[in-house]
Ligand binder design. Structure first.
Ligand code: 5AD
Ligand code: SF4
Length: 423
């Protein structure tokens, strides 16, 4: 979602005749698009602001947008007096106001709903993988998570607006689209005639657009994985066989304290339905280790479920207490040293599963989407349907680089695959 917001902000400024610079001392405006999900990310914002204020031109405008802006509010101006603007994740479309009135201190952390989506100019050229936000905010209120506070309650965009944006993306260069939302499979929009649209309707409509060859969505909440959506994996070949559906923990007690009211049988039941719908589907998850009160045996259950489900492409994080969340006030907070040890153990398990999966791809031919040249320029980077990076040799003639290619996988390690073009 932050990557998407960053694109829209850049497009909005480009539309006003500004151009990008990688060099802080050249910039007329410096915008930090921020994440507040863990304390480390927030701390980084303020240390970066310290560096930037020393390097920037004195006339340059500097500010923060996104979740840290919403979390800190006016306090950010007290911490960094030279800040010019602080705009929350739903008010960054107000950014031009600071260009018109550079001497003001612009503060807006309202949760203004969907206003931003409709007041921003469309992008002239869309990336091959384009994000289409369909839903913002979250009603789940997991006890560790600051997102319901920073991004607000769940709200779904109009079906027609989502499809209009998808068609625009397709006509301007997109080959893959990724429907986005904090709780994307909770998408629900009822039009003026009382017709309700779900994510499965969006997938079917997007699949009819000829330029769109691959469709995915992120991030899904387990109990909102309804049968109509699961069915899409069976009936819609453009939907990639890869799903991010975080479990967070494998211990029932911890899940209960996290306010994630599903039990493991229910979660595994959903995975089984998905595998019945599409046998080659792979699942990824996020995990939090060191949640308040997590015992060694709770943690062991998390490692076990990771192995049992065989998650690929997953992330694990040390629990980070956040303001405005219930878990920050819970007893039995776990010491940092234990969190670090558990993180290392789970990371090693997830890496091992990833390596095994990558190696199991050797000899297979996968349909992969071109991403760009690698750092050396001698190779090309493609993405498999499972979001693995696949490296191929660069052909002599760049006009022969296909956007979507059949690639035979010839080698693999934990981080990436190697392959060769089949046709
Ligand atoms: N501490 C650690 N990780 C967190 N996440 C969300 N809140 C926290 C927190 N307070 C993780 C969850 C979520 C991912 C985006 O970030 O695993 O799925
Ligand atoms: Fe946060 Fe996701 Fe839980 Fe919503 S479902 S509160 S975004 S972790």
């Amino acid at each position: 979602m932050n990557v998407y917001d960053g694109w829209r902000i850049a497009a909005m400024l480009e539309h006003r005749g500004m151009t990008r610079t990688e060099n802080v001392s050249d910039a007329d405006i410096i915008i930090l698009n921020t994440c507040a999900v863990r304390a480390k990310a927030t701390d980084k914002v303020f240390s970066a602001l310290g560096r930037i204020r020393r390097a920037k031109k004195s006339s340059a405008l500097m500010g923060i947008v996104g979740c840290v802006a919403r979390e800190s509010g006016a306090d950010a101006f007290r911490r960094v007096p030279d800040l010019n603007f602080v705009l929350g994740p739903q008010s960054y479309h107000k950014l031009p106001e600071i260009l018109e009135n550079p001497d003001a201190k612009l503060l807006n952390i309202d949760l203004s709903g969907l206003e931003k989506f409709d007041s921003l100019p469309q992008m002239v050229k869309s990336p091959t993988v384009t994000y289409i936000p369909i839903q913002e905010g979250c009603n789940h209120c997991c006890t560790y998570c600051i997102v319901p506070y920073t991004r607000g309650r769940e709200i779904s965009r109009k079906f027609d607006d989502c499809i209009r944006d998808t068609i625009h993306a397709a006509k301007t260069g997109a080959i893959e689209i990724c429907f986005l939302g904090q709780n994307v499979n909770g998408y629900k929009y009822t039009d003026e005639n009382g017709h309700t649209y779900r994510l499965s309707d969006l997938i079917q409509a997007a699949a009819k657009i000829p330029e769109i060859m691959r469709i995915r969505f992120t991030s899904s909440y387990p109990t909102e994985m309804t049968d109509d959506l699961i069915e899409m994996f069976k009936t819609e070949p453009k939907l990639l066989p890869f799903l991010n559906m975080p479990i967070q923990s494998g211990a029932p007690d911890v899940l209960q304290r996290m306010n994630r009211p599903y039990d493991l049988d229910q979660y595994i039941g959903i995975i089984n339905k998905l595998r019945n719908a599409r046998s080659d589907i792979q699942i990824s998850s996020d995990f939090i280790v060191g949640f308040p009160g997590e015992t060694d045996s709770d943690f062991e259950q998390t490692v076990n479920i990771a192995k049992q489900i065989g998650y690929i492409n997953s992330y694990c994080f040390k629990y980070s207490p956040r303001p405005h969340t219930a878990a920050a006030l819970m007893p039995n907070q776990i010491p940092e040293s234990i969190k670090s040890a558990r993180l290392a153990t789970l990371d090693a398990t997830l890496n091992e599963i990833q390596r095994d999966f990558n190696e199991s791809c050797i000899g297979k031919t996968l349909s992969c989407l071109y991403e760009g040249p690698d750092k050396t320029g001698r190779h090309l980077v493609y993405r498999t349907p499972y979001m693995q990076q696949c490296i191929v040799s660069r052909p002599d003639n760049d006009t022969m680089i296909p956007a979507l290619a059949k690639i035979e996988i010839t080698a693999a390690n934990k981080a990436s695959l190697r392959g060769k073009f089949v046709e």
